[in-house]
Design a protein around this ligand. Structure first.
Ligand code: BES
Ligand code: MN
Ligand code: ZN
Length: 503
C-alpha cells in the first residue's frame, strides 16, 4: 500500500502511534533513543538487556505502552555498525518495521535525531527507511473478502523526525520508483484469468498514459504480416490472442538519442503447451509474465520520476496452452528475422517469443543497448535459487554496470557464461533440419536458452539477457517484499538508467 511520508522537527508528544528509535552496534543509543530512555526512567535499557539486544542490524526490541511517552509502542531498531549503515541497511530496517506493524498501526514515527557516525547522511538514511517501509508494505488483498478487522493492513503514514527538508526531492523520487515496483508486483501476482495479453495492455494503458508514456500495440494480424511465426506459434493453442506492447518514455524531448530498449517475456500463463508441465506447481506459471511485468514497472518508475533518459520497453504477450490447434513438437517455424526454428519442446516457449520481439524492437528503435528480462529457465533456479538473477551478456562493460546497479539496490545479479556465435555453447542449439532448435541439453539449460536469444541480437548491439525465473518470486518473505512477487528489476533498471544515461 502507498505510504504518505511526513517530515517533522520533533516527536509529537501527543502522538498515538509507533515510535521507532535507532541503536547502533554495542548498544549505542541515538539521541532520540536516549530521550525515551530518560523519559521512561531506564525502561528501554532494561528491555534491551532482557532481550540480549545489542543493536545488531535487522534486530528489533518492542516495548508496549512504554512509560513516559504517548506512543502505543516503542520499537528499538538495530542498525549494526553505524559506519556501515548505508541506504540499503535503512531500507531493510524500514521493511522490517512494515512487516511488524502493517496490521497494527496506521502511523510510524521514526526519530532520526542524533545517530552518530553513519555511512550516509541522516536525510538519505531516513528517506530510504521510508522507501523500504513502503516497499515491504505492499500486498494484494482484493481477493480476500473475509479478512477480520485485525487482519487488515492499516499502515498508511510514516513521520520522519529530525530530517532536513532537503531530503524531500529524493523522497519523492523513491516514492515514484516504489510505484513502479508495486505495479510490477501487482501484474505478477494476478492470476492468468485476469492478466492475459489484452488485459495486460489495458492495465498498462491506464497506468502509463497519464504519465506521458507513448504506447504502441501490435495485434496478431499485424504480427502475422510482419512474419513473426515464432511468437505466433506459441500462442496458437490459446483462445487469448497475442499482443506486443511498446512503451516509450522520452524524457529528453526532440533530438533524443536512440533509446535504451528493455524487452520483457510476457507469457501470461505457461502450461508448457503440448509438452505439458506436470500438475504440481503449475500455478506458479502465472508468474511467467514476470519479465514483462518488470519492464512495465520500469517505465512507470522512470516516467513517474521524469527521468532524463529515452527508454522503450517492448513486451511479447502470449499464453502457452495445449489445444487441437497448438503447435506440435517437431514443428518448424520461421521467425521475423528469417531464421527457421525446429520446436523440439513447446515448453521452451520464452525464447520463441523473445526472438521475434528482439527483431522488431531493433528494427523499430535501433538501440545501442538492449536488456531483456525473462523467466526463461527452471535451470537458473537450480544454479542460483531465488537470490540472484543470472546475466548473460556480450559486453563486459554492460555486465559491470548491471552488477554495480544491482548491488546498490539489492536486486542482485550474477554473471553466467555465453559463447561467441559458433562457439561451444552456441553449437548446442544447432538443428538437423532447420537453422536452430529451441532446445539444448538439460545440462546448462539456461546457457543454451541465452545462446538462442543471442542469435537474434544485431551486430554492434550491447545486450544482456537477465534470467529472472528465480528472482521474480520468492517462497519466503524478504526485507522488501512479502512472500510471492518481489518486483525484481525495477530498482535495478532505475539505478542503471541513473548511472549510465543521466550521470
Ligand atoms: N517459464 C519456464 C521457466 C520457469 C520454470 C520459470 C520455473 C519459473 C519457474 C520456461 O518457459 C520453461 O518451461 N523452460 C523449460 C525449458 C526446457 C523445456 C528446455 C524449463 O526450464 O524446464
Ligand atoms: Mn515453458
Ligand atoms: Zn515459460
Amino acid at each position: 500500500m502507498a505510504i504518505t511520508v511526513h517530515f517533522e522537527l520533533a516527536v509529537d508528544a501527543a502522538s498515538s502511534s509507533a515510535l521507532v528509535v535507532f541503536v547502533g552496534a554495542g548498544g549505542h543509543l541515538s539521541a532520540g533513543a536516549q530521550a525515551v530512555e530518560s523519559a521512561g526512567g531506564g525502561q528501554l535499557g532494561r528491555a534491551m538487556k532482557a532481550a540480549t539486544f545489542a543493536g545488531k542490524k535487522g534486530k528489533f526490541v518492542e516495548i508496549l505502552a512504554p512509560a513516559g511517552i504517548a506512543s502505543h509502542r516503542l520499537i528499538v531498531a538495530g542498525i549494526g555498525d553505524p559506519a556501515k549503515a548505508d541506504a540499503r541497511v535503512f531500507e531493510d530496517v524500514g521493511g522490517g518495521i512494515a512487516e511488524r506493524l502493517q496490521t497494527l498501526e496506521t502511523k510510524v514515527v521514526a526519530d532520526f535525531t542524533g545517530i552518530a557516525d553513519m555511512a550516509v547522511g541522516t536525510d538519505v538514511a531516513a528517506v530510504h527507511f521510508a522507501h523500504g517501509l513502503e516497499l515491504r508494505n505492499w500486498r494484494l488483498d482484493t481477493y480476500r473478502t473475509k479478512l477480520k478487522e485485525e487482519q487488515k493492513p492499516k499502515l498508511t503514514d510514516v513521520v520522519l523526525v529530525g530530517v532536513a527538508e532537503s531530503a524531500k526531492p529524493l523522497n519523492e523520487r523513491l516514492q515514484k520508483v516504489a510505484a513502479g515496483v508495486h505495479f510490477t508486483k501487482w501484474l505478477v501476482t494476478q492470476p492468468g484469468n485476469v492478466i492475459y495479453p489484452e488485459s495486460f495492455v489495458e492495465h498498462c494503458r491506464k497506468a502509463m498514459e497519464p504519465l506521458g508514456i507513448k504506447i504502441t500495440v501490435l495485434d496478431d494480424v499485424q504480427m502475422k504480416a510482419l512474419g513473426m511465426g515464432s511468437l505466433l506459434g506459441v500462442g496458437q493453442g490459446s483462445v487469448r490472442r497475442e499482443r506486443i506492447i511498446a512503451m516509450e518514455w522520452n524524457g529528453l524531448g526532440e533530438g533524443a538519442p536512440a533509446p535504451l530498449v528493455l524487452v520483457g517475456k510476457g507469457v501470461t500463463f505457461d502450461t508448457g503447451g503440448i509438452s505439458i508441465k506436470p500438475a504440481p506447481g503449475m500455478e506458479d506459471m502465472k508468474w511467467d509474465m514476470g519479465g514483462a511485468g518488470a519492464v512495465a514497472g520500469c517505465l512507470v518508475a522512470l516516467a513517474g520520476r521524469k527521468a532524463k533518459a529515452h527508454v522503450v520497453g517492448v513486451c511479447g504477450l502470449v499464453e502457452n496452452m495445449p489445444d487441437g490447434n497448438a503447435q506440435r513438437p517437431g514443428d518448424i517455424v520461421t521467425s521475423m528475422s528469417g531464421q527457421t526454428i525446429e520446436v523440439l519442446n513447446t515448453d521452451a516457449e520464452g525464447r520463441l517469443v523473445l526472438c521475434d520481439v528482439f527483431t522488431w524492437a531493433q528494427q523499430q528503435y535501433k538501440p545501442k543497448v538492449m536488456l531483456d528480462f525473462a523467466t526463461l529457465t527452471g535451470a537458473i533456479l537450480i544454479s542460483l535459487a531465488h537470490h540472484y538473477a543470472g546475466v548473460f551478456s556480450n559486453s563486459d562493460g554492460l555486465w559491470g554496470k548491471l552488477d554495480k546497479a544491482g548491488g546498490a539496490v539489492n536486486d542482485l545479479v550474477w554473471r553466467q557464461p555465453l559463447s561467441e556465435p559458433g562457439g561451444h555453447y552456441d553449437q548446442l542449439i544447432d538443428s538437423n533440419i532447420a537453422d536452430m532448435k529451441n532446445l539444448g541439453t538439460r545440462e546448462g539449460g539456461s546457457i543454451s536458452a541465452a545462446q538462442f536469444l543471442q542469435r537474434f541480437v544485431n551486430e554492434g548491439v550491447e545486450w544482456a539477457h537477465i534470467d529472472i525465473a528465480g528472482a521474480v518470486w520468492r517462497p519466503k518473505s524478504g526485507p522488501l517484499h512479502d512472500k510471492g512477487a518481489t518486483g525484481f528489476g525495477v530498482r535495478l533498471v532505475d539505478r542503471f538508467v541513473a548511472d549510465t544515461l543521466e550521470a
